[in-house]
Design a protein around this ligand. Structure first.
Ligand code: CA
Ligand code: CA
Length: 284
């Protein structure tokens, strides 16, 4: 049983997952749109519950708890990774695109992003990587090396720097570990400095890489990362920039429809039209 929304009013949506979720990682996206007047729950990118009607959120000063209840027994019994809060209703396509991806922190509308990668018994601060910098405090956290399938990095334009995961419980800092690339991406270039990887794409596509972490004595298994370089102008994600993309942009012209916003700046306008036209025929 799953529930979100304003529990004092009708602005609330609950549902029971269609299968037993125990022992597996799940991605949940709870979406509320005031302009669309709906509430939706997506599990692993699939819409599983929805209703018409919502109650607008009234901003105020509140404590945000992640897996935390005001009284002990309400605490979440399970593991949590990659918590994100957005200030706009995201589309299914956006949810599916990003649910396996590490975010940069500056994505449009992102107002809370807790990667929960601070690991170890000495970790006390849960860093918020969004512009809000709403850092939290760990309280009785138990840690495990996450096996959550967050293994994609989106590189839409130019170079993209991201952090490689991996930790050893007895080391205070990941900087005491060394990171080695064991499979380089087939296109583009990759540079490593400590656990910071910078990828410069060459052409669109999905490029697997693998890396390994060692403390000098013991080495980890190699971990996969998929470097995803989207096709510019392919707003419908079909793999080809054609009439369908042009029509999507024209029909949504002047709106903020994220599924037609080729450059991701929050408005569908001339710039998106030009992006589609300049790339017309790519990938087809
Ligand atoms: Ca297309
Ligand atoms: Ca745009």
């Amino acid at each position: 049983m799953f529930d979100f929304g304003n529990w004092t009013t009708q602005g609330r949506l609950s549902y029971t997952p269609t299968e037993n979720l125990i022992g597996t990682w799940q991605h949940f996206a709870c979406v509320v749109s005031q302009s669309g007047n709906y509430m939706r729950i997506y599990r692993n990118g699939v819409l599983e519950a929805q209703k018409t009607g919502m109650t607008p959120f009234t901003p105020g000063n509140f404590t945000l708890g992640i897996g935390f209840g005001n009284s002990g027994p309400e605490g979440f019994h399970g593991f949590i990774d990659e918590v994100r809060i957005w200030n706009r209703a995201r589309s299914q396509r956006e949810i599916q695109r990003d649910m396996h991806a590490v975010l940069q922190g500056n994505e449009r509308g992102l107002i809370g992003y807790w990667r929960l990668d601070e690991w170890g018994n000495g970790a006390s601060t849960a860093f918020d990587s969004s512009p809000s910098s709403a850092h939290g405090v760990y309280n009785n956290a138990r840690w495990l090396g996450s096996t959550a399938p967050i293994d994609a990095v989106l590189a839409p334009a130019g170079a993209r720097t991201f952090t490689l995961g991996g930790y050893a419980e007895y080391l205070a800092s990941p900087n005491h570990l060394s990171y080695q690339v064991v499979q380089t991406p087939a296109a583009g270039s990759l540079n490593l400095t400590g656990n910071q990887a910078t990828y410069t794409p060459a052409q669109h596509g999905v490029y697997p890489m693998r890396y390994r972490v060692t403390d000098g004595v013991v080495s980890s298994h190699s971990a996969p990362v998929r470097l995803v370089v989207p096709l510019q102008g392919d707003v419908d994600g079909s793999g080809c920039v054609d009439d369908a993309d042009l029509l999507a942009v024209l029909f949504a012209f002047g709106t903020s429809d994220p599924d037609a916003d080729a450059n991701g700046d929050g408005i569908v306008d001339d710039a998106d039209l030009l992006t589609v036209l300049f790339n017309f025929g790519s990938g087809c």
